[in-house]
Design a protein around this ligand. Structure first.
Ligand SMILES: [Zn+2]
Ligand SMILES: [Zn+2]
Length: 274
């Protein structure tokens, strides 16, 4: 009984998110009969699409037009056609991507995971400890998911090759960040959900981190080497797109560094000069 009351906190929170996003878009007599989890999916879909377009457009505007020739040489600016194609691939996959946070919210609301509702339940110190553990486990699992996509040939051929269509600097853009085969995108993001069964996770932090992926992947495909250690930014990820066998990592260079697959952008630039 106490468990049910506790789980109700998650349902109340997701209902509030549904109200915020859908409340102004759909008349209440339309929305009312829709099942809770369909509303959740729709809210995730609209929110993710909005984040994808707003972050993509703003970032492209800033690096390609406002700061023209500062971060990206004019010759390396991707064509509008290339960007539209990336948007097309991403938008085709988006309804499927949104099934993942919908599934995770379903499992959380039904008490299948170790999620907790408020930070005050565990205290800030424990919250930070859990969040770091979440981060480390996701980092580890995404590395292996991504490496598996390259090492297991049918997975590469039928799934991951879609994302590797963009294999030159001037074909990559922030919009390529979510341009995956839907199953590839789901598998590579799945660690965010798998981790909930092992690490007690603050619900809102988990939702925030899943959506942060849309911004993060846009950033790692802009080809700008930010030189912030130990962040695995676009300088590293561009090399991944050109050599196919380095820099499989996600947020940091640690996994590649430990497993010998790291290639530094400066080292790459020096080799090209030779
Ligand atoms: Zn790859
Ligand atoms: Zn990529």
């Amino acid at each position: 009984m106490l468990g049910d009351m506790y789980l109700q906190k998650f349902v109340d929170e997701t209902t509030l998110y549904n109200d915020i996003v859908l409340g102004h878009l759909l008349p209440s007599h339309w929305r009312g009969p829709l099942p809770h989890y369909f509303q959740t999916w729709l809210r995730n879909y609209l929110a993710a699409t909005l984040i994808y377009f707003v972050s993509g457009f703003l970032w492209c505007f800033y690096i390609y037009y406002w700061k023209r020739n500062v971060y990206v040489h004019t010759d390396n600016i991707p064509t509008t056609k290339a960007m539209l194609l990336q948007i097309y691939v991403a938008m085709k996959a988006m309804p499927f991507y949104c099934a993942l946070p919908t599934l995770s919210e379903f499992m959380i609301e039904n008490g299948w995971t170790k999620c907790f509702s408020t930070i005050s339940e565990v205290g800030w110190f424990t919250y930070i400890l859990y969040s770091v553990s979440y981060f480390v486990l996701v980092e580890f699992a995404i590395y292996w998911m991504h490496k598996g996509m390259h090492d297991i040939k049918p997975l590469y051929k039928y799934l991951h090759a879609t994302h590797h269509t963009y294999n030159k600097q001037n074909t990559l853009s922030p919009f390529a960040g979510l341009a995956f085969h839907p199953i590839d995108g789901l598998l590579e993001a799945a660690p965010h959900v798998m981790v909930l069964f092992f690490i007690p996770t603050h619900f809102r932090t988990h939702i925030g981190l899943i959506f942060f992926e849309a911004i993060w992947t846009a950033n790692t495909h802009d080809c700008i080497h930010a030189k912030i250690w130990p962040v695995m930014g676009a300088g590293y990820h561009t090399i991944h797109h050109t050599t196919y066998r380095h820099n499989y990592g996600h947020y940091t260079i640690w996994m590649d560094w430990m497993l010998g697959t790291l290639r530094h952008p400066d080292e790459d630039a020096n080799d090209k000069l030779k």
